[in-house]
Design a protein around this ligand. Sequence first.
Ligand code: NAG
Ligand code: NAG
Ligand code: NAG
Ligand code: NAG
Ligand code: NAG
Ligand code: NAG
Ligand code: NAG
Ligand code: NAG
Ligand code: NAG
Length: 846
Amino acid sequence: MGKTISCSVLLALISCFYLLFATALDIITPSKSIKDPDVIISQNGVFRLGFFSLANSTNRYVGILYNQIPVQTVVWVANRNRPLKDSSGILNISDDGNLVVSNGKAEVLWSSHVNNTAPNATTAQLLDSGNLVLSNGEDGASSLWESFEDPSNAFIETMKISTDVKTGRKVELKSWKSIDDPSDGNFSFGIEPFNIRELVIRNNNQLYFRSGPWNGNIFIGLLYMYTDNLDGFETVYIDGFYIVADNQQQTYYITYEFSDNSRLRYYELDSQGKFFERKWDAGKGDWINRYSASQTESSVYGQCGAFGICDLTKQPICSCLKGFKPRNIEEWSRGNWSSGCFRTTPLQCQRDKNNGSEAGQGDNDGFLKLKTMKVPVFPNRSSINNGECKDQCMKNCSCVAYAYDAGIGCMFWSGDLIDMQKFSTHGVDLYIRLPSSELDKGKSTKVIVITAVIVGIVTITIIMLFLWCWMAKRRGRKPKHKQIKLQLNKGNAMTKFSSENVVENPIGVKLQQLRLFNFDELATATSNFDHAKKLGQGGFGPVYRGTLGDEKEIAVKRLSKASGQGLEEFMNEVEVISRLQHRNLVKLLGCCVEAEEKMLVYEYMPNKSLDAFVFDPIKQNVLDWSKRFKIIEGISRGLLYLHRDSRLKIIHRDLKPSNVLLDQELNPKISDFGMARIFGGDENQANTKRVVGTYGYMSPEYAIQGRFSEKSDVFSFGVLLLEIVSGRKNTSFFNNPDYFSLLEYVWKLWNEGNIWSLVDKVVLEPKSNSKKEKEIKRCIHIGLLCVQEYANDRPTMSVVVSMLNNEIPNFKTPKQPAFTQTPLITHNVQNRASLNDVTLTDFDGR
Ligand SMILES: *[C@@H]1O[C@H](CO)[C@@H](O)[C@H](O)[C@H]1NC(C)=O
Ligand SMILES: *[C@@H]1O[C@H](CO)[C@@H](O)[C@H](O)[C@H]1NC(C)=O
Ligand SMILES: *[C@@H]1O[C@H](CO)[C@@H](O)[C@H](O)[C@H]1NC(C)=O
Ligand SMILES: *[C@@H]1O[C@H](CO)[C@@H](O)[C@H](O)[C@H]1NC(C)=O
Ligand SMILES: *[C@@H]1O[C@H](CO)[C@@H](O)[C@H](O)[C@H]1NC(C)=O
Ligand SMILES: *[C@@H]1O[C@H](CO)[C@@H](O)[C@H](O)[C@H]1NC(C)=O
Ligand SMILES: *[C@@H]1O[C@H](CO)[C@@H](O)[C@H](O)[C@H]1NC(C)=O
Ligand SMILES: *[C@@H]1O[C@H](CO)[C@@H](O)[C@H](O)[C@H]1NC(C)=O
Ligand SMILES: *[C@@H]1O[C@H](CO)[C@@H](O)[C@H](O)[C@H]1NC(C)=O
């Protein structure tokens, strides 16, 4: 007891001490230097900069460390290659305006090496992000030097790992020599643009490991990026990565931001060349490391040679592709696979070509399908559709393999296939070109297999038919209301839902644990659902603002109990949102299910919804271009996450400004998942008789035929984007004699080359600059691509995100948008109220 008290007193003293420093000092100036063992601490105390030693060594270093945890955790080292030998070190701003580390003999051991025109006004500030920034107040707020641009072995949130294609300048991680020696080791970690962006680790400048291509969401060769491989590392953290092309495709960088603000999670390149995620576990009081699954065992770049496949579950790990043999059997059997494999029977198209016949068609070639693969290095990319990759590859004899990923399109390979790996799950299907003579080998067994499969399919179909009939009957007997079962876990206030809703839901979801609130708690929080606390009307009931006991502000959505209606939407929303976490989706904190009462509890968004800003003559002045662009980007990322979470696809179906909430910093959060639909693995499109959504944001195929897919969300996104840029509501044109809708108006201006009259005046102020103009033009172009009449013409969200990030150089020309002058649609609108089977719900009353 006494011990704990003295401990806490000590802790309090220490934190007072730190606080004293922290308030005064997150800055070094020419007159304010620090000496061993002083530190400076970032404003909120997340990081500190100061002197430290590593285990078993008396060397002193200057670096940045996590400040609030008991384990010494270094994320950056200044004098890593020239340690201080004693405690005489000093970190100051030198006369020439550089940040320097020098020893007692005034020898400079490290310097930021910049040319500084105003040394007297120079400051170095440690930010809460862990970035140390040197600036002299000149030239706006631009910095002279940042520790983020000279990284050590740690990749922290918001840092940018980059490669400049023209100048070759790179910002890379450098491994340490060993765990107690931070001097530059053999490994580096960076981004390599190739044809499709990849992360690479190099060993003494030789390619050592590659992540596989970036598909707009994940690296398809990094197993742990697939979200169901999480073993305790939640989805939240995976989606935060994005790649941006800056400066006309000259610089590519990767960065990440997590959806929580804990910051106690980062990536590190260790001295063995392994790249891993580190997460602070407060319970254990230590970091937990997680390696990329494909890196846990050695899978060194190209170790199986050309046309060799690495499979870590096999012994030996390397084997030749079917139709290939080791080039050097002796070395191969000794485990030296570097010389790779060669093709035993030439491709038919090559033989045709050699015999002088016209450009070999290779009709007698075929493709061998390899499942769950890490694709070889150096693919060529083409955005054609899945079905056409094969034909495209077949046409060109130098194409030896192809693969397809929805975020990338077709990938083709020519020449040697290097660095293939077989995964046990995930990865992509890779198709290898082989002469049919090779493919036919073992055909007789194939015939047997095919027969067996056919018999199997027939049997299964019959069984399914019976089952289906039986289910249909059973469903007929079911009461209409879905039941909610509650299983309270012993003692704590956690709960799990399970509902009959799984019938509609193709994967049979187990709901994640949610906090269960009781009715009284929420009644108190909202002053008994006081009318004054009402924030608005949600999809299925009123939303109230509330304050929990711990001062935490919440938004409570209460299902109107009068009618049975809305229960479905309630369950749907709980089910969809409870397992999604993304910084651009509103966060569900818990729910309350008590007798008649059903309520959802969300984080409170002080800035309400987007429509309250964009369409408000006064508030819209707050949204300058950079804020609007940030909002557009945020919504696109949130939507991409919904569409491309690797296990499920979620179609929101009701994206509109009032369903985009804004937090304190005006970050957008998509809300209202009452209408959302979950698609299983390969399902891409569905039909519904009950069209729900909001007029003006629904795509034609959805509004008219009830067909929805991710492309119908893309349409809504396009409308939303154009509304944000123009500051005008799509539906505000209904009574306009000249234009039927915003889309028609935009289309006309676009064709007249007059887009600037579309753009909100607020956005054009202040004086335009060319970067801003390019961004605006790009956005309008993207908006028009998204609202094209035919779903197939519209880009996917991953392409949209890449376009917004300037990663794709040439955009297609947009075709005429839907809802301009098509007679069919005009007709529909005139008869809007009488459409059969169509329920249009509009909750814009919020
Ligand atoms: C430091 O030395 C101790 C004992 O000499 C040893 O057990 C430990 O592994 C060493 N630590 C490092 C990081 O080398
Ligand atoms: C910084 O420290 C070095 C070494 O102690 C010293 O020589 C130098 O004068 C200091 N510079 C300033 C501007 O104080
Ligand atoms: C600093 O100035 C010198 C001489 O003017 C020049 O050679 C050098 O490239 C400059 N360094 C940087 C980082 O701009
Ligand atoms: C910077 O400060 C030094 C010493 O305080 C002074 O000699 C020098 O003139 C100042 N330089 C400028 C540009 O103000
Ligand atoms: C770095 O590479 C060199 C040359 O290959 C090797 O001698 C050295 O042991 C390596 N260092 C580490 C820390 O692995
Ligand atoms: C592996 O084989 C290649 C030739 O096939 C040879 O040049 C190389 O030296 C061998 N490497 C080792 C480590 O034996
Ligand atoms: C190509 O020519 C070789 C000999 O010139 C012959 O053996 C082979 O059958 C020919 N192949 C085809 C496909 O005509
Ligand atoms: C395919 O990519 C390689 C390099 O990755 C490039 O040299 C080649 O020109 C590309 N081929 C085509 C047809 O784009
Ligand atoms: C076939 O592909 C290669 C490399 O990808 C390319 O250089 C060549 O032009 C292509 N040939 C045809 C006929 O498209």
